[in-house]
Design a binder for this molecule. Sequence first.
Ligand SMILES: [Zn+2]
Length: 209
Amino acid sequence: MPDLRTQLIASACAMQPAGLNRGTSGNLSVRHGDGFYITPTGMAYTSLVEDDIPLMALDGSHLGRRKPSSEWRFHRDLYASRPQVGAVLHAHSPFAVSLACLRRDIPPFHYMIARFGGDTIRCAKYAIFGSPELSNAAITAMRDRQCCLLANHGMLVAGRDLDEALALAIELEELCEQYWRACQLGDPVLLDAGEMAAVREKFAGYGQQ
Ligand SMILES: [Zn+2]
């Protein structure tokens, strides 16, 4: 099995071709032991080698030659509060950012919204990047959900592993684009609570052989 840091770098490099980020915005982490590996601050993912990846403890301290992403707090707070979370992805992807700038929750315009755990995707209230206030707002917006938007900023996704976090982020960006497109034509017709509950029930048994 390859080093977890190698997998983290590969997943981070996959974010750009997937349309999730450009340049050095965004960050990705994976749980390891009592802490987590996280992408370092201000470095292009394609230039990363294993020793560039800091290991953070849940107290916010880190080991390694590089400084962790300045946005490490919501990664740490998700690992600390949710034992089932194995990887966290944050991106400034164009359609998620566009909707986040409206500071509105994404309503149940498509059944795949239920994939993230509820009937909406919430937008966390604004706070400056890297702050405890932003992390608290994100944790609140992600209650019973695997993702949220961050007002005037981007998206945040929590998965059980790197593959799931990346897949969910791609799915979320796709939903943001589809909602944006539908809104160009009028007011999308929304699914009601009963229809969304039926979708969640079907998802619960989906993929089981
Ligand atoms: Zn950010």
